[in-house]
Design a protein around this ligand. Sequence first.
Ligand code: DX5
Ligand code: ZN
Length: 223
Amino acid sequence: MVRINPSILAADFVNMEHELGRIATADLVHVDVMDNHFVPNLTFGPQMVGRIQEVSAIPLDVHLMIDDPDRWAPGYAELGAHSVTFHAEAAADPVALARRLREIGARAGIALKPATDPDAYLGLLEEFDQVLVMTVEPGFGGQSFQPQTMPKLRRLRQAVNARGLDVWLQVDGGITEETIVTAAEAGADTFVAGSSVFRAQNPAAQISLLRDRAAEHEHPSRV
Ligand code: DX5
Ligand code: ZN
């Protein structure tokens, strides 16, 4: 199954409720939390995410680009986020944190920067509901998709299928109607798209185009 999660990093922050209305046909809304420490950019924190949660018609897919997620991530799950994804590079105890997120009732996600090797996490896939393969360096929207991250995605897809797991494989960064084909063929099933959706004249049409392109090139989801 293909999921399209528009990233509100590319939305107009001053008109967020209106912007959420433009992506009502999406699967989840991707919410990028940045702390100006883990990444050199700053967005918003729990107060804003809580308010988005209250007004959004679709569930929240929170992506934490922050230091010390062990301390902060559970709070986002408590706000009611559908999924909370923290960075492997930032977490002191990823397994304990994922268990805590699940206990609260959120899906637990782990994100890997482009240079992070997935090997250490392949044996722990049961602990997570989704793995986010960053296809750009985290911190900013509007960057170019890095195809050199695809071998990592293929390894994750192979591991997930070989063990019959239902772990969503997400890509984030530079996803367009062209690059989504490459990511779908490599095994992604969940696609974050910021600029490509919010800069479109008609975001609903762009979501539907992305969905069709990914579905046409979907990797067999089970072996
Ligand atoms: C980047 C963020 C992304 C970003 C993607 O650090 O995690 O979610 O919004 O934006 P685009 O689709 O413009 O590359
Ligand atoms: Zn993101």
